[in-house]
Design a binder for this molecule. Sequence first.
Ligand SMILES: [Zn+2]
Length: 148
Amino acid sequence: MKFLCVDCDEQMIFEERQLPGDGTLAAVFRCPACARMTAMLTNPMETQLVSSLGVKVGGRTVPEEPFEGIRSGVASGRDDAFEETAHPDGTQRVTWSVDAIDRLGNVPSFVRGMVKKIYSEYAKERGITDITPEVMDRARTDLGLEGM
Ligand SMILES: [Zn+2]
């Protein structure tokens, strides 16, 4: 994530970050040429998304712990929106280990179905029938999904 000063076409420099503790995140960026300041504010859900994708703000990963409560609070979305159904052509199904499902629980509920589908497709393409955290690690590396 980068901010550019429109007038100067300069990349703005990260100035300060605040985590007020209520799940919101405020970051300030400054243009090195004209000193114009821009602030980025995220609501708790956006902060959670940024933090669970491992996006670095100001060179450091946003700590995850303060958001655990929020995460479980909003994790009530439908997990089965993209649930696998047996294909009519007899394509194999994949099963998820308990640990893998646990890991999936760290993904925000509104993208979980999509992430699950990505891992399922990855497994099927490689003839993997059981998805474990190890398979997820491999998929992330192979597909460039670091942090998911
Ligand atoms: Zn500027």
